[in-house]
Ligand binder design. Structure first.
Ligand SMILES: *[C@@H]1O[C@H](CO)[C@@H](O)[C@H](O)[C@H]1NC(C)=O
Ligand SMILES: *[C@@H]1O[C@H](CO)[C@@H](O)[C@H](O)[C@H]1NC(C)=O
Length: 351
């Protein structure tokens, strides 16, 4: 009798512990869509020049490996995954080194160079956003086969979906090529992009997603590449681009409000990197940074991708002293500071 009671107590304790553990891991997986800010190597598997799977990229990553992340180390979604108690890194869906058992807790469908607009992904022949969604559907099928229908559905509903894109639509497409500029004013173009973002979230919702982080734009005019071209303005940040980023973020904020109202059970947040990144650019010493106007790699003025090649004598020795790793992308340190900030603000509701 005593034995039975002891067994009952042990079983009950185990059950309670299980409930507690399950209760604390509210986000069982991180599922990512977007551009180079969150690509972990999908572009290595397609024909494009938008790549970074060579040195010195990844020199501060685990094992110094150039994975295809556009940074010296980890990117924001890696830090988000870690902050939710999941893995240190979120692997790329097309990377043959990983399988569904890895992707079950985190996966990125992102492709460097892509945007909301199909015409943006065409520029460098990268994966358009609609195709990222097709890969996600394929992932759902595999996850259901791996976890079973019920468990997979639960995971997909509780997972955090992170979207990070938009900069390329403006800098690589609208302000560089004529087509969209001849069709839309800058304000109309923003409305066009926000409509695509809305449709995308609706599609995700229809497929079972409930927790979504929509990424805002950074102060695009302060990216070293843009500052370099601003020779008329003394290489200061390009105000025009920062104003557009702010206006677009405002439109995304209203979209988030609308989505939360229209779709029962959904929780969408705007994860806006603009203010914290601007603070780093304006008060670098507060974060231990020396340089904000040029990047670490090579001359730091315009190099990214293949132009940021190995053995360039000008590449800095300590990337943590720089806000930007190459002319377009933040260092690991910057990514970490941004995520620390987001975890305390927009993403805290999912903890
Ligand atoms: C982008 O291309 C896909 C595939 O051709 C198409 O289904 C979608 O409607 C296009 N999106 C826009 C906004 O034109
Ligand atoms: C790199 O710079 C950071 C920030 O200033 C500093 O904390 C760190 O000690 C430096 N690392 C090395 C190896 O010098």
């Amino acid at each position: 009798m005593a034995n039975t009671y002891a067994t009952f107590c042990v079983v009950l304790t185990q059950y309670l512990l299980l409930v507690l553990v399950e209760g604390t891991s509210k986000v069982p997986a991180i599922i990512v869509f977007g551009d180079s800010t969150v690509d972990a190597g999908n572009n290595n598997q397609i024909q494009t020049i938008a790549r970074s799977n060579f040195e010195p990229y990844g020199r501060d990553f685990d094992g110094g490996k150039p994975t295809g992340r556009f940074s010296n180390g980890r990117i924001s979604t890696d830090f988000i995954s870690e902050a939710f108690g999941l893995r240190r890194t979120v692997p790329a869906y097309l990377d043959p080194a990983y399988r569904i058992s890895d992707f079950a807790v985190g996966v990125t469908f992102a492709s460097a160079g892509t945007g909301y607009d199909n015409a943006t992904s065409d520029v460098l022949s990268v994966i358009p956003l609609w195709k990222e969604l097709e890969y996600y559907k394929d992932y759902q099928r595999k996850l259901k086969a791996y976890l079973g229908e019920e468990k997979a559905k639960q995971t997909l509903a509780q997972a955090l979906y992170v979207m990070s894109l938009g900069t390329n639509d403006f800098l690589e497409n609208y302000y560089t090529l004529n087509e969209r500029r001849s069709q839309y004013t800058i304000d109309q173009y923003q409305v066009f992009l926000v409509r695509i973002a809305k449709k995308f979230v609706e599609n995700l919702y229809g497929l079972g997603a409930r927790k979504i982080s929509l990424g805002g734009l950074p102060p695009m005019g302060c990216l070293p590449l843009e500052r370099t071209t601003n020779f008329m303005g003394g290489n200061e940040c390009m105000q025009t681009y920062n104003i557009v980023a702010t206006a677009f973020n405002d439109k995304l904020r209203s979209l988030v409000g609308k989505l939360n109202e229209e779709m029962p059970g959904i929780r969408v947040v705007l994860s806006n990197p603009y203010p914290i990144l601007m603070q780093m650019v304006q008060k670098p010493s507060a974060y231990g940074f020396d340089d904000t106007s040029v990047a670490c790699c090579a001359s730091g003025m315009f190099e990214m991708g293949y132009a940021c090649a190995r053995n360039n004598p000008f590449t800095c020795t300590n990337a943590s002293k720089y806000v930007f790793w190459d002319a377009f992308h933040p260092t690991e340190k910057t990514n970490r500071v941004i995520v620390d900030h987001l975890m305390k603000t927009s993403l805290s509701v999912f903890l």
